[in-house]
Design a protein around this ligand. Sequence first.
Ligand code: CAA
Length: 385
Amino acid sequence: MNFEFTEEQLMVRDSIRKFAEAELLPLGPELDRTREFPWETVRKMGELGFMAPPVPEEYGGGGMDSISYLIIGMEVARCEASHATILGAHCSLAVLSILDFATEEQKKKYLPKMCSGEWLGAFSLTEPDAGSDASNLQTIAVKDGDYYTINGQKQWCTNGAEASVIVLFANTNPEAGLRGITPFIIEKEMEGFKAGHIEDTMGIRGSHQTDMHFENCRVHKDQILGGEANIGKGFKIAMTILDNGRVGMAGASIGIAQAALEAAVKYANQREQFGQKIAQFQAIQWMIADMATEIEAAKQLTYYASWLKGEGKKVTAEAAMAKMFASEVAGRVTDMALQIHGGYGYSKEYPLERLVRDARIKRIYEGTNEIQRLVISREILRMYR
Ligand code: CAA
């Protein structure tokens, strides 16, 4: 076992940290207030190779290993959580769906512009009645010669309003239930497709979650992700992709927790009460010890899941464990860090109240933590059957 980063991973960490501290950190309060989509920095991330780190260079990606990608997500979230959400939906969910499941032709068509950040990606699975019960899709794609006509409504699609390329899951054979689900690649300009309203969310306000409307949207069969061989295989594809996404989600949770810990330590070393720095009080020291230990535990779980993924191994249980644990750590750590700040933590003058709000979604999206526990317990029960 070797717990050390490679030279390359250290270089990646230094360069993304430098970029994120200079370019992303200052944007946090403004994005939270204005909700403007941060196109400029997203495009810059694309130019620097941070929007598709694990994609091979032949398709325009960064050619990096899975740990380097995880580091990038963590460092981005440590400075500005909305960018980490935009990156996760784009890369872990949309770009990697195409890399892992598309035909060679589709890869050549979509990946280079998605890797450069020119085209943003989104992943559209969730519907009004298909949240945790992800296979209960009412969006239907009806075959008509070489075309499919898609009708239905999607929800909570991150990057949905901005994406040029959307990986969409629709049912081509409703009678077959989850075995009727088929993945499609939708382009923004396709007739019959429209992104709807942007949810007014509690946190990660620089990233947008939208409804997606399909009304007689006619797509050629060539738009089936991976071609006709994947008809009816969409549910397993979606689950495999979400396994990847959940590792990134854990990394982003750790980034937010790390930011909160650093802010709390800085504050505790400055703030004086009862004639001494509050860092001298045991009540504060214990909170700092708990925060640091929890973050370290979350990191180890997440690095392990990411390493397994890089080795091409199944990560269903490990990704769910990392996502569930790290998101709960982010909740506890941001709360403790706010507590250390006292009244100032509750004020918008400090970043803590925003970090608490940004962290909260991590226990919900890409599968609620109740679903993660279900996934983990199923895998464990299967192991000992
Ligand atoms: N990898 C590969 N295959 C998988 C799998 C995985 N991780 N999980 C399940 N499958 C397969 C099963 O093996 C099974 O296949 P067989 O019948 O051939 O064995 C098939 O899929 C059905 O599996 P289940 O019986 O377990 O399905 P289920 O309906 O009971 O439950 C679930 C599945 C775990 C609850 C699943 O629905 C789930 O994860 N729900 C949460 C969905 C989610 O994460 N949504 C977030 C969407 S992302 C988003 O919102 C976008 C955004 O922008 C943030």
